[in-house]
Design a protein around this ligand. Sequence first.
Ligand code: EPU
Length: 419
Amino acid sequence: MYRIKINGNKPLSGNIRISGSKNSAVALIPAAVLCDEEVTIANVPDISDIDALDEILNYLNAKVERKDDIIKVDSSKIENKLIPKKIVTKLRASYYFMGALLSKYKRVEMYFPGGCSIGARPINLHLKGFEAMGATVTENDNLFTITADKLTGAKINLDFASVGATINLMLAAVKADGTTIISNAAKEPHIVNVATFLNNMGAKITGAGTSEIKIIGVKYLHSCFHEVVPDYIETGTYMILASLIGKDLTISNIIPEHVEALISKLEDVGIPMEIDIDSIKISRPEKLKSTSIKTQVYPGFPTDLQQPFATLLTQCKGRSIINETIWENRFLNLKELNKMGATTDLLTNQKAVIIGPTKLIGKKVNATDLRGGASLVLAGLIAEGNTIIDNADYVLRGYEGIVDKLTKVGADISLEEVK
Ligand code: EPU
């Protein structure tokens, strides 16, 4: 287990450079197995979720070269075999191998994926979509067997604009016979990034980034070079941090358009921001005003920023409400924030109230999930005294070089492995 130690309340100045998007990279790497030649992906973040996907590729006998932020994957000779449960359950995104392997081999056997415990996280929409394309799905004790004589393009309407289902169905449809239309598709930046990657290989996908995506199946996908889009959740996390304790703190290598919902909420809180083409400079103002947020699919306020934003709300004057509409169990960080002196309470399991401002004091706390862990890092950085965050492995799943990046801008933070 890893532990993060922070001696807080030090103003942060300078520049934090944002890495490639976790949720994009974790889809691009499984998508790479669809290619019939070698592909190169750049700006891949160095995080443990990518290590887990690397392990899966190696297990399938893909040729993988990883150096700095570049990964080269040659899947032309991979074996379509059952990936051991202990690797599949390391992360959520292993489910993208379902769509990719099904598309390539018309058969896949796979265990139910892992991921943070933030809700039930069913995959019924993915499976229903595969079935609409002609596949048969059977399940036995969390082991899914999905087979098809052939995959045929279909019209699929998602009950919910699920990120995972949208990407998995694009992957399955890319080599299907005929045209697939996914309506009520998710519109997150990583959907566009994955579609662009597939198109760079020769796929025929239009409409990614809108609620209707059209995929005309092709037979062959060729070599290409592709870059992972900047991580808008990492961007948002550091923007929230800058709002709490930044002194001319610049967040660079970003796409401001991807964080518009957050910018609007930070304006409500009273945060002055200097927004440039690919960077934002933020300083903490003296007073912060309370506000309310409701998480929604993109371009609404992202659920993945809800927990970091909760830490900001502990410093805002008045009563703020968080309405979490995507996940049923994404408030586990609030109990930990309360240990540090915050006043938060659950109104329902998806609605919380935060009363501020309250002074935070360093304490020993527990990261319960990735973004909950990030919210505690922010809390530790503004708290008086020493904070110890146990189970920091969660944080390392999604934030590349977090300790180095924060140290460079003036934080007193370290990472320690606890045996
Ligand atoms: N849902 C279903 N059935 C399905 C799929 C989803 O009911 O078949 C429901 C879920 O239970 C949830 C909602 O739809 O209530 C949204 O799920 P979605 O499929 O969009 O989420 P996901 O693909 O499992 C990805 C990110 C999450 C992020 C969500 C929402 C990855 C690997 N994970 O999850 O990221 O919260 O989209 O934006 O891309 C994180 O980075 O911390 C994280 C949890």
